[in-house]
Design a binder for this molecule. Structure first.
Ligand code: ADP
Ligand code: MG
Length: 477
């Protein structure tokens, strides 16, 4: 956990901003490496490799990527936009994002001659044609999430076996399969793995992955444009429907109503439904009882936090997939210190890999200790979103319920912004998860709040004092 008090005052804002920039650059690099593994090497070299991360406007969820030429730009926009957006959304924890391409930044321009040459000389038209003709990614699946890449241990064995079974005989074994578990334990990974395995066996199967927010968004759009029949027909023709994070449907009555009908239609047609959640069906607040009942009709399987050996195995698997050497003692060090979830484990490894490649040195214990200092420092306190709400509300002498209410008066919105910023900084909750815990707000409100506070920290002594004071109380030192 980062300790803002120990840093020089004027450095707090810079450090936050640099950390953000580094994090976004890492996310971009991760996306690129997924594409490198998936694409034909010539296509990758011609179109993806020359792209550069340009900027990220968190407030508007706008991610801009620089391309070296109009040609590359147009091609990428046409062929890879959905894929890149899906990868970035998954990494940023967003349900949607605006992906833009700009042409000819300085850095990208430097690689232009090489790319143009490669395009003309090496990229065989036939290969490019093939990529162009590939069907659009209508299943919304991310192909890197496979059963092959999923490391099995005691904590996830049961869930993994159930998922494999469902993928093998969709609609015939456990219907629905309801997977639940804490943040970063592999729910989304397993969901995509089921879809990918079904399609690998039979590419014609109608498989669809949807986060519950995407479901709601599609519903709203269909209602607005008078296309409900299309929406219903499309969903009801799906043979394997994979719904992620169903808990985000809580309190959304129209969404639940529509999902109820979709569920019934698919279930009676013996089509497979797989659902994930952070809680068991009966404990999802604001979820209609008739849906809770239906979720329990099939099999409910839970994912636990991985044990030490599984954590080591996951790190080794990730390193070998990304093709870099990870010494045994470093894998042990990270696994000892990062035990809560796989996403954090991966984050530590990605950071270490990024530092080693930027500095152009091998990964050693010494490098790991310095690069992962903030992570490896013993975490004395485990802070939850609820802890943050309570401490912030107490500090401002307001009620927690007022802070999460819809009211926007300044005496409530300022504490709310600070609380959201602290949730992002001190917990592993994603933007949508935080928004949900603050009265069902949209992820963009949380991003906005975090940005407002981050920028005030750089220039407003009073705000910095307040945040430091609250963090002191929160972290107990
Ligand atoms: P959740 O949806 O439960 O929050 P994710 O499925 O997004 O978690 O997992 C977080 C990250 O951890 C993903 O990158 C995923 O690939 C990885 N991960 C989780 N469990 C495993 C596992 N058993 N083996 C390999 N990678 C895993
Ligand atoms: Mg998930």
């Amino acid at each position: 956990m980062e300790n803002a008090q120990s840093q020089g005052d004027s450095l707090v804002g810079d450090a936050n901003m640099n950390a953000q920039a580094l994090a976004i650059a890492e996310i971009w690099n991760k996306g690129v490496s997924v594409l490198r593994q998936e694409l034909d090497p010539q296509i990758y070299t011609a179109y993806i490799k020359p792209l550069r991360f340009d900027s990220y406007d968190a407030e508007n969820s706008e991610f801009t990527v620089a391309a070296p030429s109009r040609l590359v730009c147009n091609h990428v926009d046409r062929i890879f936009k959905d894929k890149i957006s899906a990868l970035l959304c998954s990494e940023l924890g967003l349900s949607e994002l605006k992906l833009k391409f700009s042409v000819g930044t300085e850095e990208a321009a430097r690689s232009t001659p090489v790319v143009v040459k490669k395009l003309k000389v090496r990229a065989k038209p036939a290969v490019v044609e093939e990529a162009e003709a590939a069907p659009p990614l209508s299943s919304q699946l991310i192909s890197k999430y496979t059963f092959d890449n999923f490391v099995v241990g005691n904590s996830n064995q049961f869930c993994h076996a159930a998922a494999m079974r469902v993928a093998d005989r969709p609609g015939l074994s456990y219907n629905p399969l309801f997977i639940y578990g804490g943040v970063g334990l592999g729910k989304t990974h397993l969901l995509h793995a089921i879809g990918n395995a079904v399609l690998e066996k039979n590419p014609k199967r109608r498989v669809l992955y949807l986060s519950s927010e995407a479901f709601t968004n599609e519903l709203i759009l269909s209602l607005r444009h008078g296309k409900m029949d299309e929406f219903k027909n499309r969903l009801r023709s799906i043979e394997v429907l994979l719904i992620d994070d169903i808990q985000f449907m809580c309190g959304k009555e129209r969404t639940q109503e529509e999902f109820f009908h979709t569920f019934n239609a698919l279930y009676s047609a013996k089509h497979q439904i797989v659902i994930t959640s952070d809680k068991i069906p009966q404990e999802i607040p604001g979820m209609e009882e008739r849906l809770q009942t239906r979720f329990s009709w099939g099999l409910t399987a839970d994912l636990q936090a991985p044990d030490f050996e599984t954590r080591v195995a996951i790190l080794k698997r990730k390193a070998s997939l990304e093709d870099f050497a990870l010494p045994e003692d470093v894998a042990h060090l990270i696994s000892e210190k990062v035990s809560s979830n796989v996403r954090e484990l991966e984050g530590a490894l990605t950071r270490l890999h990024a530092v080693s490649s930027i500095q152009n040195v091998d990964i050693t214990m010494e490098l790991a200790r310095s690069a992962l200092k903030p992570i490896l420092q013993p975490k004395t306190v485990n802070v939850s979103v609820d802890d943050i709400k309570k401490v912030v509300a107490t500090h401002f002498s307001i009620k927690t319920s007022e802070m999460v209410s819809k009211r926007r008066t300044k005496n409530l919105s300022f504490p709310r912004h600070i609380a959201m910023y602290l949730c992002r900084k001190h917990t592993t909750a994603s933007y949508p998860e935080i928004g949900n815990q603050f009265g069902g707000r949209d992820h963009s409100s949380v991003i906005h709040a975090a940005n407002v506070v981050t920028s005030k920290l750089t220039c407003d002594d009073k705000v910095r004092g307040i945040v430091t004071e609250i963090e002191k109380r929160l972290l107990g030192h």
